[in-house]
Design a protein around this ligand. Structure first.
Ligand code: GLY
Ligand code: MN
Ligand code: MN
Length: 460
């Protein structure tokens, strides 16, 4: 049995446990970029998780009795000359282990027959434009056959909810790919750091630009077999690092600037997500180093509590405490005004310099699926990101196989009362952590994170 067959069998078991039913799942649509030119095609992650099939125009159907049916693009010599080989329905059972396969052209004709006499229908709700209408249409056709003895499914459920729980805990096959993706991305960060220092040692006409370093990242991703970046790379020179969703542009990196790179490749459908912040010329200034070491200490604190039995928010809380203390120690936050670290955590004053969370699930999607709160637990009073009291379930208990990023940062925009030496410094350090039996494994440490080690790497 392939991993995809095993996963489909698990879905069938879940349908059976829920009293029977049928699951219907389309892959992602193709997207036009502009005239005659599409965006590079990327399959739907859920669909790929259950099939390993990355052609567009396909649908998967699973029933509680364990049968799976694929609808895919029919063979078409003319289209295949232009766009590439299609698997086709005839070869699909052998290649993908599905029980039956049909041309996607027959979907509207066959779906009512597959849906009839099923107790419930499961499909991704509110994720594929027009899917609800399509399912309505098929159910309408089933209803029209009621007088011939057909029964119509009585309930509809979100298939994502079921798949999210499966995808949240990674299996050995997924972990192996995530490790490789992390390694490639780490190598790309090393290359970017080295190029940065080298290009400032031997200046080029026009200077060192953010896009030069982006090009190094892309080169390293692709030459190692990655299909594309897992998200748009951030290469931020100096003050640009304080813009959280900045993308690599054409700003010049000068000696004395910090450079923040947040970039990771996608490999065989799996993401990686790394941020490093380094001095463009290879040597931190004292002010940069001071803040850098605080962010690194915050990340260390978060890593220490990333282990089974801890909750998703524990690393965030650990990191935030270290950052808040660092903000008081450096004068970013005035003790006279803000008090001690517990006061800063209570008031949320640290949010002036640290406004995002310390992690997110990562897997097929860089911001991967999965509930962040513990299923089945009772809501309790908590503070939200704006410091308002809200009722919320406690955050998810970490289990082996979950993958989360750990990415604290400090971003200092010029403001009254903020020491000038820190103005426009933006620092984030991000690694991907696999929760293991006893703690966590950092998948992305092929690139140094310690300030002295970064300097050593960039020196030679
Ligand atoms: N690169 C996206 C993130 O760090 O969340
Ligand atoms: Mn991230
Ligand atoms: Mn990132």
């Amino acid at each position: 049995m392939t991993i995809y067959e095993k996963r489909r069998a698990a879905v069938a078991r879940a349908l059976k446990a829920a009293g029977g039913g049928i699951a219907v799942l389309p892959t992602a649509p193709e997207l036009a970029r502009n005239r005659d030119s599409d965006f590079a095609y990327r399959h739907d992650s859920y669909f790929y998780y259950l099939t390993g099939f990355s052609e567009p125009g396909a649908w998967l159907v699973i029933t509680a009795d364990g049968r799976s049916t694929l609808f895919c693009r029919p063979k078409d010599l003319e289209r295949e000359i232009w766009d590439g080989i299609r698997l086709g329905p005839k070869a699909a059972p052998g290649a993908l282990g599905v029980d039956a396969a049909f041309s996607a052209d027959t979907l509207d004709e066959k779906m009512p027959l597959l849906l009839q006499n099923q107790k419930a229908v499961w499909y991704p709700i509110a994720t594929h434009a027009g899917l609800e209408t399509q399912v309505d249409g098929w159910l309408g056709k089933v209803r029209a056959r009621i007088r011939f003895g057909a029964e119509c499914p009585q309930s509809q459920h979100d298939l994502c909810k079921l798949l999210d729980e499966m995808r949240l805990v990674k299996d050995a096959h997924e972990v192996a790919i995530l490790r490789r993706a992390g390694k490639i991305s780490a190598g790309a960060h090393v290359r970017a750091m080295q190029t940065s220092a080298a290009m400032l040692r031997q200046p080029v006409p026009g200077g060192l630009r953010e896009y030069h370093l982006e090009a190094e990242l892309l080169h390293e991703f692709r030459r190692n077999g990655s299909q594309w970046p897992a998200y748009t790379s951030i290469v931020a020179a100096g003050a640009n690092a304080c813009v959280l969703h900045y993308r690599a542009g054409d700003a010049e990196l000068k000696s004395g600037d910090l450079c923040l790179i947040d970039a990771g490749c996608e490999l065989d459908g799996y993401a990686s997500d790394i941020t490093r912040t380094f001095p463009a010329n290879g040597k931190f200034t004292p002010a940069q180093r001071r803040l850098y070491d605080i962010v690194l200490a915050a990340q260390d604190a978060a890593v220490k509590v990333t282990r089974p039995g801890k909750r998703f928010m524990d690393p965030h809380d650990a990191a935030t405490r270290v950052l808040a203390q660092g903000m008081l120690d450096t004068g970013l936050l005035d003790r006279k005004k803000h008090g001690k670290v517990d006061d800063v955590l209570e008031s949320g004053a640290y949010r002036q310099f640290y406004m995002h969370r310390t992690g997110h699930w990562m897997g097929m999607d860089v911001h991967d699926c999965g509930d962040y709160t513990e299923p089945g637990s009772k809501p309790r009073e908590e503070k939200d990101a704006l410091g308002q009291t809200v009722m919320r379930k406690p955050s998810r208990i970490l289990r082996p196989g979950m993958v989360t990023t750990i990415e604290p940062g400090i971003y200092v925009r010029p403001a009254k009362g903020v020491p000038r030496e820190f103005w426009n410094i933006g620092i984030r350090i991000e690694d991907d952590a696999l929760v293991t039996a006893k703690g966590c494994e950092l998948l992305t440490r092929g690139v140094p994170v310690d300030a002295d080690e970064i300097e050593a790497l960039m020196a030679g």
